[in-house]
Design a protein around this ligand. Structure first.
Ligand SMILES: [Zn+2]
Ligand SMILES: [Zn+2]
Length: 337
């Protein structure tokens, strides 16, 4: 069956890579696809999806258990450090890796960085790499229109129902993105096929690291258990809700300074919690920009991380929109409102 190129993304971006404007790469080129169907077989994919669904249910239970364990003993600074460290490590895997690098190609990086990003992102348990990027490219292609996997702005249901569907209800939908259509460039990468195939292992690693650290640092089994709860399961649950809020909250509440032809918004609270991903109107207006917080006051932890990576040679050819393009987009948005 011939591959069909997805249509253009929601907004036509214009970027600078150092000083040169670059073509859009939100939906990557298709010609590099190779025969790799055995690596993305449906049974494995269903299994990966079951892990994600399990991760939706288990964090609230883990939170209850952790609170019961902490009762009367206080909250251990070790657990706090494990929670924060794993949140940052795995969260940046999602934002730097799955989103800005794999999905939007907003910078280039060496092979070992690419593999590291794929693994730390998978430790967030938000679905395997191919599925996550395919869903997100589909979202950009059909943002707030039919075939958007998780829009709170389509359908005739009540506003609360549409919100809940866009937040996590869509995960239970049986319709899945066409991986060969949306991520042929990723499927053609041997390293990424390997990482994608071992998704359950990376999830287990993301649980094992805080468990072992908690146990070794405290020298107790109780420390291992609370490390698992805070640095593993509860961290995964909070990360899920923050990521889902980009899909739900950031398509309902916030400002739209740029023209993006959809309902994407800049939401400062999600902006901070989601490590910069909440500047979502900026992102829809300039999908391939490595920087989402475009104003000086729009804190974008992921952009800080990418800049730091560039200083030590872990990222190069970083794309950002030109000032002219931003001015034009702002002007169109203000004329429309
Ligand atoms: Zn969006
Ligand atoms: Zn995106």
């Amino acid at each position: 069956m011939p591959l069909t190129a997805p249509t253009a993304p929601t907004a036509e971006p214009e970027h600078q890579q150092n000083t040169n404007d670059l073509p859009d790469a939100t939906v990557a080129p298709l010609e590099s696809h190779t025969n790799s169907s055995e690596d993305i077989s449906p049974p494995l994919h269903r299994g990966a999806r079951m892990i994600v669904l399990l991760s939706v249910v288990s964090p609230p239970l883990a939170l209850i258990a952790a609170m019961w364990l902490a009762w009367g003993n206080g909250f251990s600074p070790i657990d706090l450090a494990l929670f924060a460290g794993m949140y940052l490590l795995c969260g940046l895997g999602i934002t730097v890796g799955l989103h800005r690098y794999f999905t939007h190609k907003s910078f280039d990086c060496p092979r070992w960085v690419k593999c590291g990003l794929g693994i730390t992102a998978s430790m967030s348990c938000q679905g395997d790499l191919f599925w996550w990027c395919a869903v997100h490219r589909q979202h950009h292609q059909h943002s707030d229109e039919e075939h958007d996997p998780h829009s709170p702005n389509i359908g005739s249901d009540s506003r609360i129902k549409r919100f809940l569907y866009s937040h996590f209800g869509w995960l239970f939908d049986i319709e899945q993105p066409d991986l060969e259509r949306y991520v042929p460039d990723l499927i053609s990468d041997k390293d990424l096929r390997f990482i994608n195939r071992l998704f359950p292992l990376w999830v287990a690693l993301g649980l094992a690291i805080p468990t072992v650290l908690g146990g070794v640092i405290t020298g107790t089994w109780a420390g291992a258990l609370t490390g698992l709860l805070w640095g593993g399961i509860i961290r995964i649950g909070l990360e899920h809700h923050v990521t889902w809020s980009v899909n739900s909250v950031c398509h309902i509440w916030g400002k739209q300074p740029y023209e993006s032809r959809d309902h994407s918004r800049n939401n400062p609270i999600v902006g901070v919690l989601a490590l910069g991903e909440g500047w979502h109107n900026n992102h829809h207006a300039f999908p391939t920009s490595a920087r989402h917080g475009l104003a000086w006051w729009q804190f974008d932890a992921t952009w800080v991380a990418i800049r730091l990576m560039s200083f030590v040679g872990m990222a190069k050819n970083i794309k950002t929109p030109t000032n002219e393009r931003m001015d034009r987009s702002r002007k169109v948005a203000s004329e429309r409102s």
